[in-house]
Unconditional design. Structure first.
Length: 474
């Protein structure tokens, strides 16, 4: 077999392949065998029809077509390996010559991973928020805990801010009650802002057994984004009573004996949270700076696939769970379709660039993924998916997704290398030592997944092709 590679642009090549006919023999034999099992010819037992009879009865062309279809993937793969290419997606194949007993020639155009040069990244410097926990932060945290232990008692008076009411709701649009616009026995705290715009004002001053009506824009459901007339019947009104902030409360709400110990623990927890947020901010800013340093051409079709995948996931998963369609979502976000498409394209481009750059860093730094690292990553992914580790691992293995997880871990390690080499200072001018944070490695890992995970399916051509053939959503 002879093959040649023609570069069409930095992300696309054309392979020209010429195969001597004798190399088609295994596929020809397989084609005759397959046809033999499918046809019945009088005078011959099934599976025992001679090749010459098959040629006479069904045509040599049918055999050649079957043989070529069987052989093309093998010859294409050999040409890809010979050219040392990293293809993305499925090739566009065109058979240019097929002469019986002489030659098979074809061309294959395919997108490839672009060659990327990783420059010196040791000079990257970013600024992050300082870790500062104020007394107000602590008091807010303790107050939130106090709210969780509040008790309620029925009152015979008009509802006021902070009261807990039990209500029945009915929503009408254009005078018609919505099928999904009726709810009964809803418990709501006035002033929490957790239901509909305008409900707090409407409920204030209404006693148990009373009703009120107001107009509000629906945030979800079949009429999301539309103005609705909301009728509210108040069943009960209860006042909330907060426990006293003292040592007895600390003992009831925590494992601590005194309120001061509880406050000290709150400070420690808030500091840990802010350090985690700081680490997340550092890796995001370092990643952005790294991407800015590297010129990354993006294959056009890969970008189209990435945009389509992201839009599909948003419409059919995220918005679907919220009871919204894209039109309602855009209205809530106050965005035009053009603005949404532009943002989606920008996000897709960044995701693809991130994956390409981090994958190149994995190669450059010769990073390997150990079994322990892979297991830890699998446990985190299982936790975020809501599955048990065993269930998640089984799904990953059955779906052939182990290489994808290995890639995620490797990219996380690559980004960690860059973060470690960068200079990170907080807004006070102090150098931030991220090595002191146990969570940093996990945070960096999560950041690498967040940017590059969405393009995983498009960047793994074999998996993507199988997924598209077998199901609508990978």
């Amino acid at each position: 077999m002879k093959s040649a590679v023609e570069t069409l642009n930095p992300t696309r090549v054309r392979l020209t392949v010429e195969v001597p006919f004798e190399e088609l023999k295994p596929s020809l034999d397989a084609a005759y065998k397959k046809i033999n099992q499918q046809v019945t010819v009088p005078g011959f037992r099934k599976g025992k029809v001679p090749a010459r009879v098959i040629d006479q009865r069904f045509g040599r062309g049918a055999v050649l077509e079957e043989a070529v279809n069987d052989a093309l993937p093998k010859f294409y793969t050999e040409a890809v390996n010979e050219g040392e290419l990293n293809p993305l997606g499925q090739p566009e194949v065109d058979i240019t010559e097929l002469k019986d007993n002489e030659v098979l020639a074809f061309t294959a155009e395919v997108d490839i991973r672009p060659a990327i040069e990783i420059p010196d990244y040791s000079g990257i410097a970013v600024e992050v928020d300082a870790v500062e926990v104020s007394d107000e932060d602590i008091e807010k945290s303790v107050e939130q805990l106090r709210e969780r232990f509040a008790s309620t008692s029925p009152v015979e008076r008009a509802a006021a801010d902070g009261d807990v009411v039990t209500i029945d709701l009915e929503a009408k649009v254009d005078g018609e009650v919505l099928e999904d616009g009726v709810a009964q026995g809803v418990t709501y705290t006035i002033g929490s802002g957790e239901l509909l715009d305008g409900i707090d004002e409407a409920l204030t001053g209404v006693e148990a057994g009373g009703s009120t009506t107001f107009t509000s824009e629906l945030k979800g459901g079949s009429a999301a984004g539309k103005e609705a007339e909301i009728k509210v019947d108040v069943t009960t009104v209860a006042a909330r009573e907060l426990p006293e902030l003292d040592d007895e409360f600390a003992q009831m709400a925590s494992e601590f004996d005194t309120l001061e110990e509880l406050r000290a623990d709150s400070r420690k927890r808030l500091e840990q949270m802010k350090k985690y947020d700081q680490a997340t901010q550092a890796q995001e800013k370092v990643l952005d700076a790294l991407i800015e340093l590297v010129e990354v051409p993006i294959p056009e079709k890969l970008l189209e696939d990435e945009i389509r995948t992201r839009k599909h996931n948003l419409e059919n998963h995220q918005l679907g769970q919220m009871g919204l369609d894209l039109e309602a979502y855009l209205k809530i976000q106050e965005k035009t379709a053009e603005e949404f498409d532009a943002e989606l394209k920008e996000q897709a481009e960044k995701g693809i660039k991130t994956q390409f750059v981090l994958d190149e860093l994995v190669n450059k730094e010769q990073l390997n993924v150990g079994q322990e690292e892979l297991t830890e990553h699998l446990m985190r992914r299982a936790q975020s998916s809501g599955m048990s580790p065993d269930q998640f691992a089984q799904a990953v293995v059955e779906g052939g997704q182990v290489p994808m997880l290995v890639g995620e871990v490797a990219r996380g390690k690559a980004l960690a290398v860059v973060v470690e080499a960068a200079t990170v200072k907080d807004t006070n001018g102090e150098v931030v030592d991220l090595d002191d944070e146990d969570e940093t490695g996990e945070t960096v890992q999560a950041g690498a997944e967040g940017e590059s995970g969405a393009s995983e399916e498009a960047a793994e051509p074999a998996k993507a092709a199988e997924a598209e053939e077998g199901k609508t959503e990978a």
